[in-house]
Design a protein around this ligand. Sequence first.
Ligand SMILES: C[C@@](CO)(OP(=O)(O)O)[C@H](O)COP(=O)(O)OP(=O)(O)OC[C@H]1O[C@@H](n2ccc(N)nc2=O)[C@H](O)[C@@H]1O
Ligand SMILES: Nc1ncnc2c1ncn2[C@@H]1O[C@H](COP(=O)(O)OP(=O)(O)O)[C@@H](O)[C@H]1O
Length: 303
Amino acid sequence: MKSELVLPAPAKLNLFLHITGRRPDGYHALQTLFQFLDYGDELGFTLQDSLELECNLPELVSDDNLILKAARLLQQETGTQQGARIRLDKRLPMGGGVGGGSSDAATALLGLNVLWGLQLPEERLAELGLQLGADVPVFVRGSAAFAEGVGEILTSAHPPECWYLVLVPDCHVNTVKMYAHRDLTRDTPTIKVCAALETYEEQRRQNLLHNDFEPLVRRLYPEVETCIQLLDNARNSSIGQAMMSGSGACVFAPFASREQAEAAMATIGSDVQSFIARGVNTSPLHSTLHNLQAAHQLEACTT
Ligand SMILES: C[C@@](CO)(OP(=O)(O)O)[C@H](O)COP(=O)(O)OP(=O)(O)OC[C@H]1O[C@@H](n2ccc(N)nc2=O)[C@H](O)[C@@H]1O
Ligand SMILES: Nc1ncnc2c1ncn2[C@@H]1O[C@H](COP(=O)(O)OP(=O)(O)O)[C@@H](O)[C@H]1O
């Protein structure tokens, strides 16, 4: 029997997010800085004839799941008749602005590309990923990046790999509704790539560290407002401001060490769901694939 190929689907944070316009097709033009977290979902892939998804949250098993959509897209693209049993261990908050669904889709694209021996180049996988969601390409590429377009034009970036305390407000923010909201700021001036790649201090000096969804989401979702205030009060030792990721609801603050993030977490207490993770500029998905390849452990899972 083949072994299971086990791969992470990490979370992302938007360290800033500017909405710079709206395209004729309704999608929004963005400028955002993505960094990965060493925390996320886990997917397991085992070769079999049919395609099957199992999950610790059974309500997530449906034809709409981005993992199954990614698998079908790969089958269509390559004509492969192979299937897989895919196990999803869901840990990331859903509709949390940390990209769980998009990351699962990217891990499915890269994992099945290996499992099925398809050898599609990463560039093509990123193009396929964009058909599934605007945030999928950055997870396929696996480098922290300044993103433009709808999030698919990527320039590698190297923000500090600090620790983050992430609070998970007890609400789900609907991304589509937030993008469509009439009060959303859509006219933030565009910045040059070089400004986006500056140091954190310089980004702060240039007033780049804001998320254009945040004022709207704070107004509409009191749970998010409360969490930002909690983080602001608890972050004495934080090296930066509390901010929201993506279209929400998660909010985060950066710290120089895990201990400092833990101290802030302790002052907030357990009424609010939270986690601590390190920001990483290479996706844990890519590090894991690289390590498995170096240890010649991929052959045990593939055709
Ligand atoms: C806001 C962001 C920031 O990273 O993240 P999340 O909060 O979802 O994590 C992303 O732009 C979310 O990207 P993603 O969740 O992949 O969006 P998609 O599935 O492609 O699109 C869902 C819907 O959001 C709107 N949309 C999405 C992306 C974009 N640049 N402009 C848009 O207007 C469109 O109405 C689209 O139909
Ligand atoms: N594998 C998946 N994991 C999570 N959500 C998924 C998945 N596939 C499809 N979805 C749908 O996408 C929605 C938002 O996805 P998610 O990535 O968790 O949000 P966000 O991008 O805000 O972090 C969910 O509410 C769910 O309906």
